[in-house]
Design a protein around this ligand. Structure first.
Ligand SMILES: [Zn+2]
Length: 454
């Protein structure tokens, strides 16, 4: 299959009159610029590579917008977590599949072509294992396959309520897991991907909920069996978590990981909000990566990621929508940049010497793209031979791109709002469309059922 693009974002710049060939595995097999369109080529306009949403808890889409009221006691992350647990306790496999299908279709329509699902609801509502330990995981796999978005499932180990290593709280009973149960889910998903002949669309790694939720021996057992697949962990999201880690171990969370486990290219540290420059430098030197979730971090009052140290140390970074209060990648990148402008009282924070002072929007987009492959464990590094043929076509005649030249397109998508949706989205060389009115109606019915049972 051949495409002919008027312009394509390749290796961090625009190329023109591009012929692109997709092989039978959905990967780019040939790319040539300044070509003539051939009769059988599928013509597309101006295209950007698809982005990976590197951190998702799909079930939390069901509560977006429902936790925005304060009280005399104040509000913080830990109160929000109590509300989130009510959804986690009640959602059935069928409800999860419906909500996830709706969410994934919306993410795809925005230009996300892959997502990493950090998945920790494993047991039934009473806290007993399902007959198939991957029951809830399959709901997510079916949702992704229905929509056609790529998926890296990250079954998540969660064994303790805190650093004192007591067991789970009653309202955490559905998260119960062991290294063996997590690895069994991972193996089932990987086997399924091979059976379905979709090794480039479906992958499975593992995740550790957080250092407070897993003891060292349990963590080591999981890491040793991880092979070359991605390992994700929530780390240093809240100051309290850093303080608790210091109190129990004498080290900050990333310091502890570096000293007791050792980071490498498989590791994706989610949030890494409260860090020292030394910690981020250690992560970069280990070739590990960070997943930033700017709007969830803002929504939960987490804090602001140290983007400038990340850029200056060439730290591999990706973005995620986490709790899904936002589903638009351009808003995530805008939020990240604006948080820093407001706190530092400067402009164009991401446009730095380390990236040749390239325009801020381009620098942020390239950063998110660069972290995609590490987060997903798949070839998702953009429009290059050997990478998956994921891309989306811009509507250059509509706001906010109308009247601009292509050099400003990425900046305008991020900083001129409201941004616009892609005209078309392709995954592994195939056009993807979704019946959003039908998926929305199903999700609304499901959410009403979920609230009645909460
Ligand atoms: Zn998370």
């Amino acid at each position: 299959m051949n495409f002919f693009a008027q312009a394509a974002w390749i290796n961090g710049q625009w190329s023109h009159d591009v012929r692109l060939t997709v092989d039978q595995n959905g990967l780019w097999s040939a790319i040539a610029t300044d070509q003539a369109c051939q009769p059988d080529d599928a013509r597309v306009g101006v295209i950007l590579p698809g982005l990976t949403n590197a951190h998702s808890h799909a079930f939390q889409r069901a509560m977006a917008g429902l936790s925005e009221q304060g009280s005399a006691a104040g509000d913080n992350f830990w109160r929000w977590r109590q509300a989130m647990y009510q959804v986690a306790l009640n959602i059935s496999p069928a409800q999860l599949e419906t909500v996830a299908t709706w969410l994934y279709a919306e993410l795809l329509s925005q230009g996300y072509t892959h997502l990493c699902e950090f998945h920790y609801i494993h047991c039934d509502p009473k806290g007993n294992p399902y007959a198939d330990g991957a029951e809830m995981s399959w709901a997510l796999v079916r949702a992704a396959q229905h929509v056609g978005i790529g998926l890296t499932l990250l079954p998540t180990l969660y064994q303790h309520r805190g650093f004192d290593r007591q067991g789970l709280q009653t309202d955490q009973r559905r998260f119960a897991s062991t290294p063996e149960s997590i690895l069994a889910i991972r193996d089932q998903i990987q086997h399924h991907a091979i059976q379905e002949k979709k090794p480039h669309l479906l992958n499975a790694g593992v995740a550790i909920h957080s250092l407070r939720a897993v003891a060292q021996t349990e963590l080591e057992a999981l890491v040793q069996a991880s092979g070359q697949h991605p390992i994700h962990i929530h780390v240093s999201e809240q100051q309290k978590e850093v303080d608790d880690c210091l109190a129990h171990t004498g080290l900050r969370p990333i310091e502890w990981l570096c000293e007791h486990i050792g980071l490498d290219h498989r590791w994706n540290l989610v949030h890494a909000t409260h860090t020292t420059p030394t910690e981020l430098t250690q992560v970069a030197q280990a070739q590990a990566a960070v997943v930033i979730c700017p709007i969830t971090e803002a929504n939960l009052g987490d804090g602001i990621f140290d983007l400038t140290t990340a850029i200056d140390t060439s730290l591999n970074c990706s973005i995620g929508t986490d709790s899904h209060t936002n589903r638009d990648w351009s808003a995530e990148l805008r939020s990240l940049e604006y948080s820093l402008r407001l706190t530092r009282q400067v402009r164009n924070v991401a446009s730095r010497e380390a990236t040749g002072f390239r325009p801020t929007g381009q620098a942020l987009f390239e950063m998110a793209l660069r972290g995609s492959s590490a987060a997903a464990g798949l070839p998702l590094a953009g429009i290059k031979v050997g990478e998956r043929a994921d891309f989306f076509e811009l509507d250059t005649q509509a706001n906010p791109l109308a009247g601009l030249t292509e050099e400003s397109f990425i900046d305008a998508l991020i900083f001129s709002t409201p941004s616009n949706k892609p005209k078309h989205v392709y995954v592994a060389g195939e056009l993807k469309t979704a019946d959003m009115p039908r998926l929305t109606a199903l999700a609304v019915k499901t959410m009403h059922g979920l609230w009645q049972s909460s």
